[in-house]
Design a protein around this ligand. Structure first.
Ligand SMILES: C[S@@+](CC[C@H](N)C(=O)[O-])C[C@H]1O[C@@H](n2cnc3c(N)ncnc32)[C@H](O)[C@@H]1O
Length: 283
């Protein structure tokens, strides 16, 4: 949704922009194309691999890359003397790099160890959750973060299997979930389980709430907050945040209904089907 994001952000020549989830830098590059030599873009990511890739690809002194969570953006940018921005953009979820590099343990067809840590300095991985969390806690995570209706059955199947052998790889876990579902489905039956684990490993929903608060504090008057989310749990947080802030007179909502990908984008990139863009202006 690059075109839609750029229309909302509408970057100024000498503006300061924060790409809070730089990933492989696609959106950051679009911003660079339109700002002038006096403008700046700060790209944040928790993933060192993503930042190294972008750093190799771009050599532009208008770009500052920062490793860390967007929930700490004020601290991360303090050392560079940046305390306010004209636009802040979040493109939530995982990057293609994380999904396609099977060693990162995000993909349910991977024979690599269950991992899913966006920041590899962190200790707890999906392996720890699957092999160590109590059954009740596993069921709760699958229910709350995956909206998985078979959460209890899947948690029971995980625990009964790990009592015999540790569950080491992504594909081992996928097969356990497939066994609970049985039969064929439109989406892989492990989709919700993997979503739930990813959210728990990276504390994604807590991070998002804190990140939106930080962004609101950092935005200049008239600056734009733009967020693309990929599932209903994220979208609900963004929607509620913008609604509450607009009631407090801090934000003006620019998207009454979230924008969704065009038919053309859906054809060329079917995995964008769940994307929702919401934007608001700092008052
Ligand atoms: C969908 S990708 C972004 C893709 C990017 N817009 C592009 O054009 O390539 C999401 C990125 O956000 C990062 N991320 C997720 N949660 C984060 C957080 N709390 N703080 C910083 N980065 C985060 C992930 O590591 C991932 O690289």
């Amino acid at each position: 949704m690059q075109r839609e994001v750029m229309e909302m952000l509408n970057p100024r020549q000498d503006g300061v922009y924060i790409d809070a989830t730089v990933g492989l830098g696609g959106h950051l590059e679009e911003i660079l194309k339109v700002i002038g030599s006096g403008g700046r873009v700060i790209g944040i990511d928790r993933d060192d691999e993503a930042l190294k890739t972008v750093d190799k690809k771009l050599s532009d002194d208008r770009v500052i890359l920062k490793r860390g969570s967007f929930s700490e953006m004020e601290n991360l940018l303090h050392t560079d003397g940046i305390s306010a921005a004209d636009g802040i953009f979040f493109d939530l979820g995982v990057s293609m790099l994380q999904l396609k590099n099977h060693e990162r343990g995000f993909s349910f067809i991977s024979d690599e160890r269950l991992d899913m840590r966006m920041d590899r300095r962190q200790k707890t991985s999906a392996w720890d959750i699957v092999n160590r969390y109590p059954e009740k806690e596993l069921a709760r995570i699958l229910w709350v973060f995956g909206e998985e209706r078979l959460s209890r059955k899947i948690a029971r199947a995980i625990v009964s299997r790990r009592d015999r052998n540790r569950i080491n790889t992504c594909s081992e876990l996928s097969k356990i979930v497939e066994g609970v579902y049985g039969g064929r489905r439109r989406f892989h039956p492990a989709t919700k389980t993997f979503q739930a684990l990813r959210i728990e490993v990276n504390k994604e929903l807590d991070q998002l709430k804190a990140g939106l608060d930080s962004a609101q504090r950092m935005l200049k008057e008239g600056g734009t907050l733009c967020v693309i989310s990929y599932h209903s749990l994220e979208d609900r947080i963004v929607k509620n945040f913008m609604t509450e802030s607009s009631k407090k007179g801090l934000l003006k909502i620019l998207t009454k209904k979230p924008q969704t990908p065009s038919a053309e984008e859906l054809r060329s990139n079917p995995s964008s089907r769940s994307a929702k863009l919401r934007a608001a202006e700092r008052i």
